[in-house]
Design a protein around this ligand. Structure first.
Ligand code: HAM
Length: 419
């Protein structure tokens, strides 16, 4: 019997894993340039953290969590996202007692029990960034700019930004009531009517044409914002304009997680079909209090690295896998293999990336390995070379080959350009 990876779990192996790695590194580098530090949070947490943080009425919590009792009888859940865990960790370790905002990023797998399809997975990979402890709208714009720059750094040109404000605890309840009144007058199925009572904003997000047609004239949140939410929203938009980042106002944009307040946004990619959301985020000014902390506003986003890999491929962007190593050893015979093994170790210690042919391949097979490795130079060592105390250093680009004394190999190769 052979095994397969679990359903809905994508894997990234060479050469395609280079795109995945490039995606994660593009966002990590962009975040670091803006002063964000790395945080590592648990893969599983107390189930109640997500129930309270993400929201009891969300699909993520009601249908999609990987929840189980551990051997000690505690209910734990594999993280469906990062924000709740990052906020919990910030509070637990008092990071918010230092300079604000606390700027953090992390990346890794999250888990949602969804119906798998292209671009929608049960183990999904996110890059996540959070700025905790300020209401300054400039930080909202900063998070958007970082995501935007990350996509740009990868060469993606078709990304679209949709922007909305979901109001605050002052104006949202008034909007919610107005929306509910409107929705109660429509001809909706039982499940949707229930949704109207529990989470009416989500009805605006319904993809079915018969519902879409009916909610066309629904009241919009942006017409119901209080003065301070309106000013906040306008400020964010002004800053985006200053940065030259284009966006679409999306007054029906509602996110699938309950903690959002004020600024909310999504990035999508038109070539990805049904699962076109390649990132999303927003403010969560009430999340800290929802999980038992002090008032502590925050904003952040997560991008879906799996979908970014698909977008990079859909735009036909070549991500060059870097050469595996700079130098490749080709030993002929047992004694040469032993000498080469030591030499390769010395090269690595000197900071030169190096690999060698293993398994008594013979000259031809080993040279093929050298070509495939992407190395710029091969070091060829035969019996005659050993007797002469030297090895052949071959430039794999030009074919030029010279004999170099064994004692000088490391120094010689360290000085060679490795392209
Ligand atoms: P989210 O919109 O649920 O937000 O997820 C962010 C991104 O993760 C999505 O735009 C999508 O690219 C990717 N994603 C989500 N689910 C899947 C899936 N099943 N398969 C593949 N990709 C997926 C959050 O998770 C928030 N925590 C973002 C945030 C951070 N808000 C504030 N701070």
């Amino acid at each position: 019997m052979t095994f397969q990876a679990p359903k809905g779990v994508p894997e990234y192996y060479p050469p395609r894993s280079a795109i995945f790695q490039a995606a994660r590194e593009a966002f990590a580098a962009t975040a670091a340039r803006a002063g964000y530090s790395y945080i590592e949070v648990p893969v599983f947490e107390d189930t109640a953290l997500f129930a309270r943080g993400v929201g009891e009425s969300t699909d993520v919590v009601t249908k999609e969590m990987y929840t189980f009792a551990d051997r000690g009888g505690r209910s734990v859940t594999l993280r469906p996202e990062f924000t709740a865990g990052v906020m919990r960790s910030t509070l637990e370790h008092n990071l918010h007692q230092g300079q604000l905002p606390v700027k953090l990023w992390t990346a890794g797998p999250a888990f949602r029990y969804e119906q798998p399809q292209a671009g929608r997975y049960r183990q999904l990979q996110q890059f996540d960034l959070e700025a905790i402890g300020t209401e300054d709208p400039a930080v909202d714009a900063e998070t958007i700019a970082i995501a935007w720059d990350g996509y740009r750094a990868l060469g993606l040109t078709r990304v679209r930004l949709m922007l909305n404000s979901l109001g605050c605890k002052e104006c949202r309840p008034r909007y919610r009531a107005a929306l509910q009144e409107f929705l109660r007058g429509l001809d909706l199925d039982e499940a949707t009517r229930e949704r109207v009572e529990i989470n009416p904003l989500r009805v605006l997000d319904d993809k079915r044409p018969e519902v879409r047609a009916q909610v066309e004239n629904a009241p919009l949140i942006t017409d119901h914002l209080c003065d301070s939410c309106r000013a906040h929203h306008d400020h964010v938009r002004t800053l985006l304009k200053d940065l030259g980042i284009p966006w679409e106002d999306a007054p029906r944009l509602v996110r699938g997680l309950d903690y959002y307040t004020r600024t909310t946004y999504e990035f999508d990619h038109p070539l990805l079909g049904a699962q076109s959301g390649i990132g999303g985020g927003g403010r969560y000014d009430g999340l800290s209090e929802d999980i038992g902390g002090p008032p502590l506003p925050g904003i952040g986003f997560a991008v879906g690295l799996d979908r970014i890999v698909l977008a990079v491929e859909a735009e036909g962007l070549a991500v060059q896998a870097p050469p595996r190593v700079a130098v490749y050893g080709v030993p002929i015979g047992e004694e040469a293999a032993r000498t080469m093994f030591k030499l390769i170790g010395e090269l690595r210690a000197a900071g030169v990336s190096a690999d060698m042919a293993f398994g008594a391949k013979g000259l031809k097979g080993a040279m093929k390995g050298a070509d495939r490795s992407g190395a710029s130079h091969a070091v060829i060592l035969g019996e005659r070379d050993i007797a002469a105390g030297s090895a052949q250093v071959k430039n794999l680009g030009t074919g030029e080959q010279i004999a170099v004394p064994l004692a000088e190999i490391v120094k010689t190769l360290k000085e060679k350009p490795t392209s």
